[in-house]
Ligand binder design. Structure first.
Ligand code: ADP
Ligand code: ADP
Length: 227
């Protein structure tokens, strides 16, 4: 878990387009922040800046009070789960989950423990030897989640992780993500177009439009439903 502070963050792409403008947000330990807004409003750009996969053009990003603008992605203690899952097709489920830890030269026994623990949480124990092409969409999605979990990040960033799944799996995975948030005590930042996901998962909803925050509120207030 971690707190994040986004202070006057801007993103200007090399072609001069300002995708995120003067973004200010305080995120507390264990928050489950949801970003909503029309396609192209800057949600993914903001996530990628937090992950360190995109430079911050202006402003300051702090994690637990420390400025991290110039800290590389791999040193940020943040994991990102993409909509496309981005699994390695030639690696097994086990190796997909172990890959990042191997790069970091984590001892084999420790990797094994972490991968098996994540597999247990995500119900992937019987699938560890399979390659991604032999998995269903929901299973691939869980592997992508597993790859993030094994790194035990303080912050999880998820960019529409459920949008490629059918309705039934989406409901199932939504419950899993809520449980993970509880169990891991991690801070989550989550992009979705799905109002049910926003309402059931979020502690705070950030509404964006044209690179600007329009509103920040609890799901109860924003969607005005009775408690
Ligand atoms: P969202 O995730 O809300 O759909 P994005 O953050 O992906 O929005 O994109 C925000 C805006 O920035 C869009 O108008 C998009 O076309 C633009 N954009 C994204 N990547 C680049 C880039 N590399 N160069 C220029 N413009 C970009
Ligand atoms: P991987 O695909 O396993 O992340 P890469 O070679 O792409 O491996 O990246 C090297 C390191 O950069 C990874 O071990 C990881 O720590 C970090 N990294 C890569 N992608 C992300 C991401 N989406 N979020 C945070 N850190 C990342």
């Amino acid at each position: 878990m971690a707190s994040l502070s986004l202070e006057n963050i801007c993103k200007i792409y090399p072609n001069g387009f300002e995708a995120v403008k003067d973004f200010n947000l305080e995120i507390n330990d264990k928050d489950f922040i949801i970003f909503v807004g029309p396609s192209g409003c800057g949600k993914s750009t903001t996530l990628r800046m937090i992950a360190g996969l995109e430079d911050i053009s202006k402003g300051t990003l702090k994690i637990d009070g420390k400025v991290v603008n110039d800290v590389e992605a791999k040193d940020r203690d943040i994991a990102m789960v993409f909509q496309s899952y981005a699994l390695y097709p030639h690696l097994t489920v086990y190796d997909n989950m172990a890959f990042g830890l191997k790069l970091k030269k984590v001892p084999k026994e420790e990797i094994d423990k972490k991968v098996r623990h994540a597999a247990k949480i995500l119900d992937l124990e019987k699938l560890l030897d399979r390659k991604p092409k032999a998995l269903s969409g929901g299973q691939r999605q869980r592997v992508a989640m597993g790859r993030a979990i094994v790194r035990q990040p303080k912050v999880f960033l998820m960019d529409e992780p459920l949008s490629n799944l059918d309705a039934k799996l989406r409901v199932q995975m939504r419950t899993e993500i809520a449980k993970l948030h509880e169990r891991l005590g991690a801070t989550m930042i989550y992009v979705t177009h799905d109002q049910t996901e926003a309402m059931t998962l979020g502690t705070k909803i950030v509404v964006m439009k044209d690179g600007v925050i329009q509103q920040v509120d609890t799901p109860q207030n924003l969607y005005n439903y009775p408690q």
